[in-house]
Design a binder for this molecule. Sequence first.
Ligand SMILES: Cc1cc2nc3c(=O)[nH]c(=O)nc-3n(C[C@H](O)[C@H](O)[C@H](O)COP(=O)(O)OP(=O)(O)OC[C@H]3O[C@@H](n4cnc5c(N)ncnc54)[C@H](O)[C@@H]3O)c2cc1C
Length: 400
Amino acid sequence: MLERGNLGGRAVTLKIKDFSFNFGAHAIYGRDTSILRTMEKELGIHIDWVDFEPNKAKYDIGDRLTDVPANIQGLFRTAVLKGTGKIKFTFEIFKTMLRLEKGHPHLSIAKWMEENNTSDDVKEMMLTLASSNFFTKEPEKIPSDVFFRYYQRLFTTNKPVTYIGGGWQALINEFVRVIESHNGEIFTKTKVESVLASDDRLTEVYVPNAVYAAKEFVFCIPPKELEKIFVDTKIEHSAKQYSSYEPSYVYVYDIGLKDRIEVPYTYIYDKKNRIFITDISHYDKTCVPEGGQLLQAVAYISPDDLKDKEKIEDYHQRIEALYDKHFAGWREQLVVPRVSKRAAAQEIKWTMTQDPMPLYFPDYRNVFFAGDWCQGEGQLSELSFSSAYEASQLILQKNE
Ligand SMILES: Cc1cc2nc3c(=O)[nH]c(=O)nc-3n(C[C@H](O)[C@H](O)[C@H](O)COP(=O)(O)OP(=O)(O)OC[C@H]3O[C@@H](n4cnc5c(N)ncnc54)[C@H](O)[C@@H]3O)c2cc1C
């Protein structure tokens, strides 16, 4: 295994002043039916699962907080939906669970809802949910078939959101253990710079001062980098197509606090601004020094705002205002702030005009791809795990 930097990529845990920051959050959605759960069983890795508490999740709707309809109790208590809206929304959930709604690949979810005369409050509820699960400020652009496939699984799971105790680093350690115990070798700080291909297969990869030949290759490298590596090969053009696609960008502003600020919620979603704060340390006690607290705020960024410095700065101000509103006194307790102004939560955003990358191209049948820019199950890291699993299965079956 050849890795350009240190292990983990965006799924990395950084220790700063005794606080462990996970660059991308380590929330796994629908863990009981997830590929990570399959990997746990098949590879014998151990994961310390810590389930999210839906009763501690709130929507900030301006003048007050209300329950997130993440379970039946939340659905009955929430003020986001009114009486008939609740019934209609429940009905939509049942239809999705029973696969009566499948959507259509050529209809965005917004268009689908328009054609099905979905009422305004149910429409808003479904888009709010999708915004947080797909990490996007433009949930209306999600293809409707992708939407319903995603929620069919999420609505039928008993474990909608779960954290990995010890953060991504704990998972990395487990993968390393499995690779090394099977005589695999890992080389970090080893960048793949180019490749050599014969007519119909890849034969070698080049890193500084070394060449590796192999029978099969799996590239878990984002399309923008793949494009450079595959220059002058038959798949240069295909890699280029996927590298031109837009990622889902978010603004991340984490804070490590000296003393906990006790509040009755662990998750706040500001509906208007599409910003959420999670009390990560409530779930993962290992990420803070004794008595401390680690809060993570994420704002979904509109693509138009990316080039505008002032608008990006505005995300910072809005996040701080949200901290002020719900975690009063945080400024006095602040030990470490950690900001990423433009973090790619997913390398290819799933919209009507973009497609995820396939796991292989017909030109070279011994080259596979995996990552959150590839076709697979779920969204975010689930796509990385499921594409990697599928690529491995294809190789194993070929070599049986
Ligand atoms: C703010 C934020 C919040 C998130 N929250 C969640 C969440 O709650 N739940 C969730 O499931 N996911 C979440 N994610 C997404 C998750 O972090 C990513 O989906 C996941 O880390 C992608 O992993 P990957 O291995 O597919 O890609 P990457 O992490 O991008 O890994 C690619 C790897 O390739 C290496 N590489 C690149 N070029 C070369 C080269 N030439 N040679 C060798 N190596 C190379 C890189 O160094 C890197 O290690 C979040 C992401 C962000 C940014």
